[in-house]
Design a protein around this ligand. Structure first.
Ligand code: NAD
Length: 373
């Protein structure tokens, strides 16, 4: 992988839309700009893509905020078909230069500020990155697509969240793609703003955009402020396990690799202008999930300062505007592409906890670990 300062980026001759097909899913080779590729889902996506589409070229653009880790992609350093560019999606000249110099045909937009609690404490970065940044890459891609002669196979895929739909009660049916947007946090409102811009660019300019709305992801490389890595790390260190309110809030969980496979299916089989829900079919109350993490940690043959870990559970004041329940109806994705989640929650969760136990070097390297409230 080349770690390229902007002025060293060179024209790539490795891939073109009509290049020979070498990918397992029989799709044409692509040159993909991946924003936010050093974050949690972005990192997993890059590994997934290299494995399943070895003929494609990837350009990773990431600002390396607290949530982005350059070392995540170190094992790919020797891979000549990946370039890493350190920069901000709000930097229009940089985005334009990357699109043009690499002759990008596909943009997968992960880059975002992603933590709800941080959005409540300080919303400004969320508006800048999730709204203005999304506008910047979207509009730069539109001009680039026009310049390329509007090829039919080009795609802009915007990665979004179930949180844009707001909150459900226990008896409500799951969100569908026609559920009205009702975001309740600065994070979800900023993501909704990005979604609306992407939709508008299809309606107004016919830009071939797709939107994905996914439920809570879990897996390796997730910054330990999110529930599963936070509880795992605190359990490992004998620190309190902070649970908001009474812990009855319900989330749907999906293993990150299943999400990456869904994006692959949507990129190659989805219809431009459409949005697709992605869900893991695993609804669980936060408190039940935390107890499950405690059980897994207890069962692992590792030194723990406190055992059983469940003693560490501490209920804390609820998050303001805390959505009660998210649930996704992914029927449209299933029927359009044949995708379905392959990981069982039990298996994926155990693997994930084991990954954090085995990768203490990874989380020790992170500059700003928040392991308590
Ligand atoms: P993350 O916070 O782990 O990673 C975000 C990445 O974006 C980081 O590498 C960060 O450095 C980069 N970034 C932030 N601001 C940037 C900017 N201005 N310019 C360039 N790079 C910037 O987030 P994640 O959990 O991997 O989420 C990725 C995407 O998926 C986000 O758009 C998020 O809204 C969406 N999503 C996440 C989940 C989830 O459960 N994590 C669920 C559904 C959708």
């Amino acid at each position: 992988m080349a770690f390229a300062p902007l002025d060293m980026l060179q024209q790539s001759s490795l891939a073109s839309l009509d290049a020979a097909d070498s990918s397992p899913s029989s799709t044409p080779c692509r040159t993909i700009l991946v924003t936010g590729g050093a974050g949690f889902i972005g990192t997993n996506f890059v590994y997934y893509w290299v494995k399943h589409h070895p003929g494609d070229r990837l350009i990773v653009l990431d600002a390396l905020t607290y949530a982005g880790c350059r070392h995540n992609l170190s094992p790919l350093e020797e891979n000549a078909s990946i370039t890493f560019a350190h920069g901000n999606i709000c930097d229009r000249p940089l985005v334009e230069k990357l699109l043009a110099s690499e002759n990008v045909d596909t943009l997968i937009h992960f880059a975002a500020e992603s933590h709800v609690d941080r959005s409540i404490a300080a919303p400004d970065a969320f508006i800048r990155t999730n709204v203005v940044g999304t506008y910047t890459v979207l509009d730069a891609f539109r001009h680039h697509w026009n310049h390329r002669g509007q090829p039919a196979g080009d795609r802009f895929v915007h990665i979004s969240t179930d949180e844009v739909y707001g909150s459900l009660s226990l008896t409500d049916p799951p969100f569908t793609e026609t559920t009205a947007y009702a975001p309740n946090s600065p994070y979800s409102a900023s993501k909704a703003g990005g979604d609306h811009l992407v939709r508008a660019y299809f309606k107004t300019y016919n830009l071939p955009t797709l939107i994905t709305n996914c439920s809570n992801n879990y897996g390796p490389y997730q910054y330990p402020e999110k529930l599963i890595p936070l509880m795992t790390m605190n359990g490992l260190h004998g620190k309190p396990l902070p649970v908001y309110g009474d812990g009855r809030n319900v989330r749907d969980w999906i293993y990150v690799e299943d999400h990456c496979r869904a994006i692959d299916s949507i990129l190659n089989k989805g219809k431009p202008g459409e949005a697709y829900n992605i869900g893991g079919e695993t609804e669980i109350a936060n408190i039940d999930l935390v107890r499950l993490i405690c059980k897994h940690l207890d069962e692992m043959a590792i030194a723990l300062p406190v055992r059983p870990v469940e003693q560490l559970i501490t209920f804390v004041e609820d998050r303001p505007g805390h959505d009660f329940r998210y649930a996704m109806d992914a029927t449209k994705l299933r029927t359009t592409t044949g995708w379905r989640p392959l990981y069982s929650f039990e298996h994926g969760l155990r693997e994930t906890i084991q990954w954090y136990v085995d990768h203490s070097n990874w989380w020790k390297r992170l500059s700003e670990i928040k392991t308590d409230v």
